[in-house]
Design a protein around this ligand. Sequence first.
Ligand code: M6R
Length: 600
Amino acid sequence: MCGIVACRTATSAAPYLVHALRLLEYRGYDSIGVAVRGSDAALVTVRSIRRVDDLAALLAARDPDGLGGVGIGHTRWATHGEVSERNAHPHRDCTGSLAVVHNGIIENATELRAELRGRGHEFASDVDSEVVCHLLEEHVDAGRDALAALEATVARLRGSWALVVLDGETGALVATAHGSPLVVAASPLGVFAASDVAAIADWVDEVVPLRDGDVVELSDEPRWMRAGVRRSAPAAVSAAPARRSVEPLDHPDFMAKEIAEQPAVAAGILDALRPGIERGRLWRELGLPDFSRVAVLGCGTSLNAGTVVGRAFSRLGGVPAEALVASEAAESVLPPGTLLLAFSQSGETADVLRALDDLDPGIPVLAVTNNPHSTLARRASSILHCLAGPEVGVAATKTFVAQVVTGVCAALSALTAIGRVPRARLREAVEELARAPERLARALDVGAATIPPVVARVSAAPGFVFLGRGAGVPYAVEGALKLKELSYRWAEAYPAGELKHGPLALVEPGTPVIAVDDGAPRLAGNLAEVAARGAAVVTIGGPGSTVPTLGAWSPTRAAAAPWGPLDAVVPLQMLARELALGLGRDVDKPRNLAKAVTVD
Ligand code: M6R
């Protein structure tokens, strides 16, 4: 989704902006732009509806001596207005000397636009963000400096924003945020701001996240203001965990790298959390109240991971669990005694944050996120960092595994602490969970050998059906989600028993039916029904399956793993990736999608 970078550096700003924009590319975008203060104080704005390389070439074609060290850059994921150069950020005021980059949505942009037009302002784009430029212009005209003008401007806005303003005339660079992430940082190389720490992590050791309402001047000694009063800066956090390469190094793409990292990710989480499971220490350290039911909240893959964890609470401890689609959660009534687990790798998903606004504020919220400095982490009652490391591919892979393993550790610890699981049963489950890294590694090997022939069989199919039963269902749903987002082919997931109630009509000779076969009773009968209609059945299961990833599956193992067949997710991810590559898709940046979905 949209990304922001800004810098004030001793040398030319352009190479910094280009490098940072490359590191923001993974978020998903459809246009890109920068504004740099020229040596004559005029703003040089360069925008493109192609990729960062195109922008870099346009900048390289300019006289390097003409560009100074102060600049702002943006990747845009279109919300208001088509994808076009005129709608790309940065936007400017009528005089052309104020440039603005914005993430978020200005909800009252239509009214403000009409009002500003009425006062003679001319708009050059269709985007909501442009109103900010013209409001600023009026405040600067009235004699305010950029910082005071920005504070007065945002007082007129409704919605969410991370904003950075470059005043070409004075060279001032000012930033503010409300409901959208933004960090600032200083180092001997200069002063930086970004919506994603990864963009600037190569140049700074620590970053300072803005609180809602903070306004900061990015000068050599950043000046922090709030409601017109000078404030001290919030606490800094380390930038090191966000540092990453722009290339996937030894792998053909980031998705391949992140799929391969899953055994190590699971092992790292277990090293960190397993000692706190028995005796309930992990749970007690979270400082949350006891509960009698759980609700899991999330979107997409995070919702699927949450569903798996919710089922672990019910299957192991008999605790009622429900899964809430974040964008629909406002409809839900959560009874007293509910613990809400909010799953989000980015911690910035607008639907999840909106759901927290809409649900009962008295409900305790445990955030399970890969971003401990995110808005979700700040708003939750407590947080579990799921320790996946940076995930660049838009399709979530290792963060799914990380959220499941982290969430299951929390579930086991909590159920122990509240006395809902007998000691022997707990020990059996912990031992099974400890085998996850080894099982995921085996799944990688089996998938490497068996997925290519499956892809060859199904690559011409226009649509796919994914099936599971019981604990296998959320994995089937995750497999279908991965396949559609990467290959752009239709994929529907169902509990296998539902098939005969309608979806069976989709099945014709050759329709691929991908079944997560964890030995659930009655699944074989459902598969016989589709096979009888000519479906190309692919089973991901134990010995004798098309993809025998699950090793020797037994009722004992099924009972010991209330979170279901976690290792099945690996071949499902591989199937989606290899099918997509065969169809010529960009598996790291699927069309229309974004890594952090910050609009609702
Ligand atoms: O950042 P989040 O985990 O909250 O993101 C939620 C979904 O947008 C995300 O899982 C999406 O479905 C992925 N692209 C799936 O691969």
